[in-house]
Design a protein around this ligand. Structure first.
Ligand code: NAP
Ligand code: MG
Length: 513
């Protein structure tokens, strides 16, 4: 499939393109030490569409050495150099992403399975917006001065942390790439990134654009590969100063353990969720609330960490709402991501498809009722990993579907009688990533916005995010926040300089002689 360091890719729109297939280390495309390849599948057809290289611990080590050298280079070319230069490079990269938006969207739709339209109007513009937003911060990072010790000039300096390991997931491959590199590069760090096994392609294209933009060699390094090998090597590495991870709570916990057991590298984690979406009887329009609830669970086929997977509906409207919601669910057009009529593509991988079907089986075993969906419809769809959107009713406390992240088009409906009960159910899981509240009462919304234990709370809407607004989880949904000004701190060390103004004598002055 192509030359040694390129691969031809059969896109889902029928076109064939060529992408780099090597690892990107020290500004060059290279083969991994072992030369092992990884098949890349189109989830809509279950066919191999490309081959990329699989890096492992040795390659991570080579990438860390390059990143370390670029960080330490004493020529002001990067982290301790001009912030305007970093902004210029990031802005150039954002422009290149925009120029390649259609291609990147087609790559993302083919490799990930999301609809081409959602990639073109959501993910890829989100990539360039994020990079541009952080470019704007590069020269606005300033310390403070302190007058608290008279006779000193005391101040803080914010400095880059150093070499950052970044491990990204497969649900928003390009967007998570941008959320990771934006704040890290704006603040002058260097990066070793690992993509998810099933979605390496958009990262390979963006790495090509990073090269074209002219970033110094070693500032950004990409190792495609598998979690337990390349990913684990990042978490364990003694010369990585910080690791940022997005993915499951299970893997996040392992990464934190590895960080603790190796060099205590700093850790930020963006993990799973089981987010409640609460619908009160006083909503202005039941139909509109149901439409938002469809978007809450259905966007990206439910493979969204904030997915509104637990619908909590006030008893007074439960029957009418459920009827409306099930009817809308049945209207979802499942099909080819490149077909303009499709609103839902396939799940991302065969393994994940099996896992989601497993959760559906578990919910049925626990006694929940399938109100609609729950069917493997791969055979009507070229063998791709297609599932009909699934709604469960009669879901009760203790059912495993209420506590475990399914990460698919599967939602449960529970009912409640009082606001207190709604809050109690909403806060009853190990997670705290997001929540939705639908009500026409502003006072109720204000009250609940403080009571819900989650990093993002939407009111009368759902699943909107922006690079300018912090994003992350309470409880076991994560540590730290991405996006916004606050994310810069994930990539900065604070140094306090306390300097004698010349008038403070040595503590021992006058004691000797
Ligand atoms: P995962 O294992 O957490 O994968 C996320 C990333 O971590 C991938 O790049 C993965 O590589 C890597 N990884 C896996 N094991 C690792 C290890 N021991 N050390 C370092 N990195 C490692 O998630 P998954 O297995 O793909 O999906 C499982 C579940 O995670 C999903 O069903 C969903 O519930 C949740 N998830 C959440 C998010 C989110 O946005 N919060 C995103 C994705 C998945 P490989 O891909 O090569 O294994
Ligand atoms: Mg995995």
């Amino acid at each position: 499939m192509g030359s040694d360091l390129t691969t031809s890719v059969q896109l889902g729109n029928g076109k064939t393109i060529t992408l780099p297939s090597g690892l990107y280390i020290n500004g060059e495309w290279v083969k991994p030490a072992k030369g092992v390849t990884l098949d890349v599948y189109n989830p809509a057809t279950n066919k191999v569409i490309a081959q990329v290289y699989e890096g492992d611990a040795e390659d991570v080590d080579a990438a860390v050495k390059a990143a370390r050298a670029a960080f330490e280079k004493d020529d002001r070319s990067w982290g301790f150099g001009s912030p305007q230069n970093r902004a210029k490079l990031l802005n150039k990269l954002a422009d290149l992403v925009d120029e390649n938006a259609e291609l990147l969207s087609a790559i993302e739709a083919t490799d990930q399975g999301k609809t081409y339209t959602s990639a073109l109007y959501g993910d890829i513009p989100g990539v360039s917006q994020t990079i541009r937003y952080y470019a704007g911060w590069a020269d606005k990072i300033t310390g403070k001065t302190y007058n608290s010790i008279p006779g000193t000039f005391s101040h803080t300096r914010y400095e880059p942390i150093g070499v950052c390991g970044q491990i990204i997931p497969w649900n928003f491959p390009a967007l998570m790439f941008a959320w990771k590199i934006g704040p890290a590069l704006a603040t002058g760090n260097t990066i070793v990134m690992k993509t998810a096994e099933t979605t390496p392609l958009s990262a390979l294209k963006i790495a090509e654009l990073i090269h074209e933009a002219g970033f110094p060699p070693g500032v950004f390094n990409l190792v495609t590969g598998r979690g337990p090998t390349a990913g684990q090597a990042i978490a364990d590495h003694m010369d990585i100063d910080k690791v940022a991870f997005t993915g499951s709570t299970f893997t996040g916990r392992r990464i934190m353990e590895s960080a603790a057991k190796s060099n205590l590298k700093k850790v930020t984690l963006e993990l799973g969720g089981k987010s409640p979406n609460i619908i009160f009887g006083d909503v202005k329009s039941i139909k509109e609330a149901a439409e938002w609830a469809i978007f809450a669970i259905g966007a990206n086929v439910g493979q969204v960490c904030t997915a509104g997977s637990r619908l909590l509906v006030e008893e007074t409207i439960a029957e009418e709402f459920t009827k409306e919601f099930v009817a809308l669910t049945e209207k979802i057009k499942v099909g080819d991501p490149f077909d303009a009529g499709s609103t839902q593509g396939p799940l991302n991988s065969e393994g994940h498809f099996e896992k989601v079907k497993g959760w559906i089986k578990t919910a049925v075993e626990d006694g929940a009722t399938v109100a609609t969906g729950g069917k493997d419809i791969s055979s009507n769809n070229n063998g791709g990993y297609f599932l009909s959107p699934t709604v469960f009713t009669n879901v009760k406390a203790g059912h495993r579907i209420l506590e475990n992240e399914v990460f698919g088009p599967v939602v449960s409906i529970q009912t409640f009688k009082t606001e207190e009960e709604a809050v109690e159910i909403a806060n009853s899981t190990q997670y705290g990533l997001a929540a939705g509240i639908f009500s026409d009462s502003a006072t109720r919304l204000n009250r609940l916005n403080t009571k819900i234990r989650a990093g993002t709370v939407w009111n009368n809407m759902y699943n909107f995010a922006s690079p300018t607004i912090p994003f992350g989880g309470y409880k076991q949904s994560g540590i730290g926040r991405e996006n916004g000004e606050v994310a810069l701190l994930n990539y900065l060390e604070v140094k306090s300089v306390i300097a004698n103004g010349g008038e403070i004598r040595s503590p021992f002055a006058g004691l000797s002689g």
